[in-house]
Design a binder for this molecule. Structure first.
Ligand code: PLP
Length: 351
């Protein structure tokens, strides 16, 4: 068992959160004169629900997780930042994370003045649980895992993840932004088994709503309550709540997109494997593929000139000469392949 009171920052434990008008009175009334709103229906004159209960009810049914175990944030960025502010004392505590991984964990740690300890994955991007746990010390409050991992695209491995969760005395944040594209089901069905686990998912990838900014965190109730205490009162605006509700009513659309993207991913992998310049196509459980290619930075620039933008990950640890390619529409993927086919080893060799 973990001792939450010992893990949480003292000032957060003792914090009395801001109490909004919407917190103090919940329910239906005829006349609302409590929040200093403009009474004329714009229709944006009223503050949105601070706890997004209607939206959470829908998400609860979809994910089969009770409302009290769901936190909604302004993208995943918000819970990533919030967990650091809840658990890590600036200048004292640290977080441990895999490397390479999503860049936001490091940036959020730096902004909050929290030491960030990266632990390099194996050469083929496997999680090394013993190495990760050894990097932790008495001041390590959080471990960040990302599975399927960005930018390496692989699922980290169920047993290795389990080993980390079961043997760490602090909180494990498992970012499952790409879980919809994975053959693995992820850890959400096992949430109740692990009181020290926070799972992050998002509407930005499979659901196609990156512009609306909605991220989800799933965890035991007391962790969710701590996050609610620290967040801005009205962190999810009304339009986002409404639009995501509409999309959730038609979740078959998401499943259709995922199927198409997975088919396109296979097509892309087949085509890329016929391109001589490409040395490795790493296995993907996500909606992108990582490839090792000769002269990656040069190829990146060449593609930019062709008006095709991929992500150059050459300067990332273990990703020397790697490009990260998002799976697009069939047409977009075909344009990329056509551009790459125009390149030859002699033209590259002269760079
Ligand atoms: C894209 C991505 C997210 C999503 O972030 P949002 O703030 O929800 O848009 C989260 N984690 C990882 C690893 C990602 O690649």
């Amino acid at each position: 068992m973990i001792n939450l009171d010992k893990l949480v920052r003292k000032n957060i434990l003792s914090l009395t959160p801001y109490s909004s008008a919407r917190d103090e009175f919940q329910g239906e009334a005829e006349v609302y004169l409590d929040a200093n709103e403009n009474p004329f229906n714009t229709p944006y004159n009223r503050y949105p629900d601070p706890l997004q209960l209607e939206l959470k009810e829908t998400i609860s049914q979809l994910k089969n997780v009770p409302i009290k175990n769901i936190f909604l944030g302004n993208g995943s960025d918000e819970p990533i930042d919030l967990v650091m502010r809840v658990f890590c004392e600036p200048g004292i505590d640290n977080i441990v994370a895999i490397e390479p991984t999503y860049g936001m964990y490091r940036v959020a740690a730096q902004i909050n003045n929290i030491e960030y300890i990266p632990v390099t994955l194996s050469e083929n991007f496997d999680l090394l649980p013993d190495k990760l746990l050894k990097a932790c010390n008495a001041n390590t409050k959080l471990i960040f895992l990302c599975s399927p991992n960005n930018p390496t695209a692989n699922y980290l491995g169920e047993d290795a993840i389990r080993q980390v969760i079961e043997n760490f005395q602090g909180i494990v944040v498992l970012d499952e932004a790409y879980i919809d594209f994975s053959a693995h089901r992820g850890f959400l069905p096992e949430l109740t088994k692990y009181p020290n686990l926070i799972i992050l998912q998002t509407f930005s990838k499979a659901w196609g709503m990156a512009a609306l900014r909605l991220g989800m965190a799933f965890a035991q109730t007391s962790i969710i309550e701590l996050m609610n205490k620290v967040k801005y009162p009205y962190n999810i605006n009304m339009l986002t709540q409404q639009k995501v509700m509409e999309a959730l009513a038609n979740h078959q659309q998401k499943e259709q997109w995922v199927n198409i993207i997975l088919q396109n991913r296979q097509w892309l992998i087949n085509e890329l494997s016929a391109i001589e310049l490409i040395e490795t196509i790493y296995p993907s459980d996500a909606n992108f593929v990582l490839v090792k290619i000769q002269q990656a930075s040069w190829v990146y620039q060449y593609l930019v000139e062709q008006k095709i933008i991929v992500r150059n990950r050459s300067n990332v640890k273990l990703c020397n000469n790697c490009l990260r390619i998002t799976v697009g529409t069939a047409e977009e993927n075909a344009k990329l392949i056509a551009a790459l086919k125009k390149l030859s080893i002699p033209s590259i060799a002269s760079v």
